[in-house]
Design a protein around this ligand. Structure first.
Ligand code: C5P
Length: 232
């Protein structure tokens, strides 16, 4: 897999999601399915979108005891998703169990990436609620290294952290970066944002774009703008 633009399909139902995807007449976007859509529609929504020819990042952010995560990942591996994820905070043993569960009998498996610290967590919250007193960047790099050590393929991180993650973990270690906005679009609740062109310069491997595409009057044109800026 190379560089790509992943569209976050944060919709409440199958109908809304498929109506949105029907608007794409050319290149088929790589689709991110999150908790809302998956919990509403179940595994069938993944099968349906895969059957339409899209790659799928199933963003369920698993975090539980290793045995439970291993069993859950075995189920997800049978859905033929392309990328799925766990929280690095689940520890090395949980991430290793996730890989074991995800690996199919023929030895293939979807890419597995780790969430480091959620971008909704800032330094103050991390110190107060999680009792983690180290600087955020050090924490993110430590989680990335732990994920790499467990055999994962990359991390979800801010595009502002992509270069540092690559420096710490190597250029083969994937950075999947949300928080993408066009220079002229609304930021919404995202605090630290970058344009697709800047994310490319920063070395992001995949950008995750939601509202700038899903809420656009012309989603296909907005998606194409992302692709042109990010992939060229
Ligand atoms: O609409 P927007 O472009 O902000 O959507 C970004 C997507 O990436 C959402 O689905 C959001 O849940 C997800 N995400 C994020 N920050 C993270 C992890 C995931 O914005 N740290």
């Amino acid at each position: 897999m190379g560089k790509d633009v992943i569209v976050a399909c944060d919709f409440p139902s199958k109908e809304a999601t498929l109506a949105f995807l029907d608007k794409f007449t050319g290149r088929k976007p790589f689709v991110k399915i999150g908790m809302e859509l998956f919990y509403a529609e179940g595994p069938d929504i993944v099968r349906e979108i895969k059957a339409r020819g899209h790659k799928v990042f199933l963003d369920l952010k698993l975090h539980d005891i290793p045995n439970t995560v291993k069993s859950a990942m075995a189920v997800l591996s049978r859905l033929d998703v392309d990328i799925c994820n766990v929280h690095a905070a689940g520890t090395t043993a949980m991430m290793q169990a996730a890989i074991e569960g995800l690996t199919r009998p023929d030895g293939t498996r979807p890419l597995l990436i780790a969430v480091t610290q959620l971008t909704s967590t800032d330094q103050e919250t991390m110190e107060r609620d999680l009792l983690i007193k180290e600087p955020m960047e050090k924490v993110v790099m430590h989680y990335a290294l732990t994920a790499k050590g467990a055999g994962l393929d990359g991390v979800v991180c801010s595009p502002l952290e992509a270069a540092a993650v690559h420096k710490t973990c190597g250029n083969q270690f994937l950075t999947v970066t949300p928080g993408i906005r066009f220079a002229d679009s609304a930021v919404g609740d995202q605090k630290r944002v970058m344009t697709p062109a800047k994310a490319k310069e920063a070395g992001s491997d995949y950008i995750v774009v939601g509202r700038p595409v899903t809420r656009s009057d012309d989603p296909e044109a907005a998606y194409k703008r992302c692709v042109d800026e990010f992939i060229g």
